[in-house]
Design a binder for this molecule. Structure first.
Ligand SMILES: *[C@@H]1O[C@H](CO)[C@@H](O)[C@H](O)[C@H]1NC(C)=O
Ligand SMILES: *[C@@H]1O[C@H](CO)[C@@H](O)[C@H](O)[C@H]1NC(C)=O
Ligand SMILES: *[C@@H]1O[C@H](CO)[C@@H](O)[C@H](O)[C@H]1NC(C)=O
Ligand SMILES: *[C@@H]1O[C@H](CO)[C@@H](O)[C@H](O)[C@H]1NC(C)=O
Ligand SMILES: *[C@@H]1O[C@H](CO)[C@@H](O)[C@H](O)[C@H]1NC(C)=O
Ligand SMILES: *[C@@H]1O[C@H](CO)[C@@H](O)[C@H](O)[C@H]1NC(C)=O
Ligand SMILES: *[C@@H]1O[C@H](CO)[C@@H](O)[C@H](O)[C@H]1NC(C)=O
Ligand SMILES: *[C@@H]1O[C@H](CO)[C@@H](O)[C@H](O)[C@H]1NC(C)=O
Length: 446
């Protein structure tokens, strides 16, 4: 009897597994690079398949601070801190503020951090190892900002033997490029960089309110605002990629649920900004999909071409729009309905959402399309396509008829053309107001 009792005690203890939570995986656009296995499929090529060509769209690696985050949230908080008479030493979990100094200066703001350079280099090594048979690329593309160029350079150093044999092609970030750039949202008058702020603010107020009251009890004269809370949580991410760690990440400063509140607030913003809640998102993302499909389809299936891998560096706005263009991370998928905005309520988090910015746009986020040659049991011999986001294979809606749920060559062609029917017409839908716009991304050559 006693043994039974002890056994059941042991069991119930085992059932209560320790709860673990890492805020660094919930920081939306400030999330340091990680590969969340969303979805949990095996990234290696399916049985009987070899990758013969691949294209990657990559966001730049970790920077000191995005100018909007800095000016809107971080700098005001830091200035307020410098000017307060609060005795932080007596402020409990916030006592570290007595000696804390900001890791960011105006001058460094948009620069790549050392950790960012290291991570871009590592991604280069990883991708080089993923395709050991590929020739080193002759060209890599990048938008012209310093942080994207530097990320691309570090990536090249990591991925090839002789980095000066790979040419870095700089692509203008101008506002009159039509779809022909790696920053097409800049050339799209229908896109507004502030879209989503209004909706995100609703939930920001809700999740920060108990935090503000708790901090008020520790330092009543500071008058914490919702924006101060966001600034502090953003500092967790930025300080970590600058100094290696940050006191703001402590779970005694912000609880796991409060980090999830920060993440959800950002997810609402990105939903309405570059996600399914903005009708222009897919239009902005489609030209990269269309051009890449063309690139991968051309050339020899046996991989004898001069260039087999096409890598392009951009900013955070483009990758999520490409996901929308492909119908990935769609909260409405398999729901039988398409009331997309209802999937992102502003008064309570939808924890079952597919649209998680921490998974979609961490620093160095990457979307890959692979073309494969397959001779696999149960499938026709031939070419197949597969999409991976941060290494995790994704199923294209309506096209998963190949090995490992990849998409057949004919299926992929139809898929790209069907998505074009939905999201083609960049100039018209963006309302471009300059005469020389184009609906096609030409940078890879025609
Ligand atoms: C510093 O505090 C003083 C007094 O509260 C206030 O008048 C001033 O505007 C503050 N300066 C900044 C930069 O916040
Ligand atoms: C590339 O760099 C190596 C070593 O720095 C140098 O010897 C070589 O001449 C360079 N090649 C070109 C084409 O610049
Ligand atoms: C349109 O013209 C402007 C110069 O007036 C140029 O900067 C831009 O690259 C052109 N756009 C395209 C798509 O050729
Ligand atoms: C979602 O909301 C945005 C912003 O109000 C609106 O532009 C868009 O049309 C809505 N989407 C749908 C499918 O109702
Ligand atoms: C690859 O295919 C091309 C065209 O089909 C052919 O000319 C070439 O010999 C092939 N190369 C190899 C290594 O099989
Ligand atoms: C998202 O999924 C719904 C339900 O399958 C579908 O009706 C809708 O077209 C999808 N949205 C996009 C942009 O692919
Ligand atoms: C994949 O590559 C291996 C090794 O080069 C080769 O033996 C095999 O035939 C290739 N499979 C296909 C379907 O091309
Ligand atoms: C896709 O790109 C091709 C050029 O490669 C172009 O002819 C076609 O119009 C594009 N499709 C759409 C819908 O923009």
């Amino acid at each position: 009897m006693l043994r039974y009792f002890l056994l059941s005690v042991a069991f119930s203890n085992a059932a209560l597994a320790a709860y673990a939570f890492d805020p660094l995986q919930h920081l939306a656009g400030i999330t340091p690079y990680f590969e969340p296995s969303d979805q949990p499929l095996d990234p290696s090529p399916p049985q009987g398949c070899n990758v013969t060509r691949a294209a990657y769209l990559v966001r730049h690696a970790a920077i000191y601070a995005n100018d909007f985050d800095y000016e809107e949230y971080i700098e005001p908080f830091v200035l307020k801190l410098a000017n307060t008479s609060v005795d932080w030493a007596k402020a409990g979990v916030l006592s570290f503020l007595a000696t804390w100094k900001s890791p960011i200066t105006d001058a460094e703001q948009e620069q790549l951090t050392k950790v960012g350079q290291l991570e871009a280099f590592t991604l280069g090594v990883d991708i080089g190892q993923r395709y050991p048979e590929f020739k080193s690329p002759n060209k890599i593309w990048t938008s012209t900002a310093e942080r994207t160029e530097k990320s691309a350079r570090s990536f090249i150093e990591g991925s090839v033997e002789d980095s000066n044999k790979t040419q870095l092609i700089s692509v203008s970030e101008g506002e009159k490029e039509g779809a022909d750039s790696l920053t097409p949202y800049e050339s799209c008058p229908a896109y507004s960089s502030s879209a989503g702020s209004k909706q995100a603010e609703v939930f920001q107020k809700i999740y920060t309110s108990p935090i503000i009251e708790r901090f008020h009890a520790l330092a009543s004269t500071f008058n914490f605002t919702p924006d101060d809370i966001v600034g502090m949580q953003e500092l967790c991410g930025y300080e970590t990629v600058i100094r290696g760690s940050s006191p703001f990440c402590s779970l005694s400063v912000f609880t796991p649920n409060e980090w999830l509140g920060f993440e959800y607030t950002n997810d609402i913003q990105y939903h309405y900004n570059t996600g399914y809640g903005n009708p222009i998102s897919g239009v902005i993302g489609y030209p990269w999909l269309n051009a890449t499909a063309g690139l991968l389809a051309s050339g020899n299936i046996n991989g004898s071409d001069s260039q087999q891998i096409y890598v392009s560096f951009t900013h955070r706005e483009l990758p999520p729009t490409v996901l929308v263009a492909m119908g990935l991370f769609n909260n409405s998928a398999f729901s039988g309905g398409n009331d997309i905005n209802a999937t992102m309520p502003t008064d309570t988090p939808n924890y079952r959402r597919a649209w998680k910015s921490s998974h979609i746009i961490p620093f160095l986020t990457n979307i890959a399309i692979e073309r494969m040659a397959c001779d696999s049991y149960g499938f026709d011999v031939g070419g197949y396509y597969r999409v991976l986001v941060n290494q995790s294979p994704q199923l294209l809606p309506g096209c998963s008829d190949g090995p490992g749920e990849s998409c057949s060559t004919d299926g992929f062609k139809k898929f790209v053309s069907d998505r074009g029917a939905l999201f083609g017409g960049f100039g018209e839908k963006c309302g471009t107001d300059y005469g020389n716009s184009t609906d096609v991304l030409w940078i890879y050559g025609s």
